[in-house]
Write a protein that binds this ligand. Structure first.
Ligand code: Q9C
Ligand code: ZN
Length: 345
């Protein structure tokens, strides 16, 4: 598996996240990607390449310009508020909600930090933008390799992306790498692209970015939002809007779901993808469906990820894999690389 590796991922290194009323050490740590890289190298699974330079115009096709401007400058603004902030992560604590104004940009930095986010679990750090932007470059480069004739490529990067929406960050995500890949495939002339999100959590950002579009079909298997993050999106009745009606497919599953039930839902999602005649596939590859994941509720075992890769290969589509979640740090390498090995070259 050709892998495009984000060698700047460790520039994003959150210290703490808000969890049940406490600041706890971040689950989303640099070691996650280090383990995947190590496992790819240990199994001799294809070369690791650096990304090519990204044209920011692509980012502006999936994110709002005022959001990108904010994220790009947020760390400097944070430190300008108080030099002591240089040693602290920025976390939001105010959000606009129903009936409040989001069209007027507050002057206050904390107010804008909340306006452009949706949780207090996603620390913004000195290197967050640099790491996230380079991650988008990885997704773009992996897409170019697939367009160039590779059957598949893998963007190995963090922070993850699928919770990042048109104009807000959250769920450890700042830039939606899967959306970048899907948009790049569209820009190259692939008439319909499918994004399949197998991360434990619903890909609210990817869904929202493409919700009213028929050219990008979004399918997601995830913990039911009645009980699981991101809570406010991901129900089965969200089927797309306007021209996008019928091109959004959510398969929420209960806590405790094992691979047999998960695999049946995967088949349903892949059948839907075959029906819309997608010409390419983007896989949001999170392995937080693993039984040992500390923040998730499914029961997949390490060997199941080989079968997952085989099932994905049977879709028969040029495929861009983008790394997302997975927080059982010691097993994240084996589980991720199992999918890629199961998929084959
Ligand atoms: N008890 C990704 O996997 N915190 N993001 C949830 C649940 C947010 C996960 C806490 C989880 C976000 C990319
Ligand atoms: Zn996840």
């Amino acid at each position: 598996m050709l892998t495009i590796y984000n060698d700047q991922h460790a520039l994003h290194q959150g210290k703490v996240e808000m969890f049940r009323g406490e600041l706890v050490p971040c689950f989303e740590v640099p070691a996650r990607v280090d383990h995947v890289k190590h496992e790819l190298e240990r199994r001799g699974l294809g070369p690791l390449q650096s990304p090519d330079a990204l044209d920011d115009a692509l980012l502006a096709k999936v994110h709002a310009p005022r959001y990108l401007d904010f994220i790009a400058g947020a760390w400097d603004e944070w430190v300008a508020l108080d030099p002591a902030n240089a040693s602290r992560d920025a976390l939001p604590s105010y959000w606009p909600t129903r009936g409040m104004r989001t069209d007027v940009l507050p002057q206050s930095f904390p107010a804008r930090l909340g306006l452009f986010s949706f949780d207090a679990g996603t620390p913004l750090t000195a290197g967050s933008w640099a790491a996230a932007r380079q991650g988008a470059a990885c997704a773009w480069t992996a897409t170019q390799r697939v367009l160039g004739g590779q059957r598949s490529a893998f963007a190995l990067t963090r922070p993850p992306g699928h919770h990042a929406s048109v104009d807000f960050f959250g769920g450890y995500c700042f830039v939606n790498n899967a959306a970048v890949a899907a948009q790049a495939l569209r820009d190259a002339g692939v008439e319909r692209v499918a994004v399949l999100d197998v991360d434990y959590h619903h890909g609210n950002g990817t869904q929202a970015i493409f919700y009213d579009r028929s050219d990008v079909h979004f399918a997601s298997l995830h913990g039911d939002p009645f009980t699981d993050y991101p809570y406010y999106l991901g129900h089965a009745d969200e089927r797309g809007a306007g021209k996008g009606e019928g091109f959004n497919h959510n398969l929420p599953l209960p806590r405790g779901t094992d691979f047999t039930a998960w695999r049946a839902a995967l088949k349903t999602a892949l059948d839907g993808i075959a029906k819309v005649k997608a010409g390419a596939l983007v896989v949001s590859l999170g392995v937080d469906t693993f039984e040992g994941d500390p923040i998730s509720g499914f029961k997949l075992k390490s060997d199941d990820y080989l079968r997952m890769g085989e099932d994905l290969a049977r879709a028969g589509l040029p495929t861009v894999f983008v790394f997302e979640g997975g927080y059982a740090v010691a097993e994240v390498g084996v589980n991720t690389v199992n999918v890629l090995e199961g998929f084959g070259q």
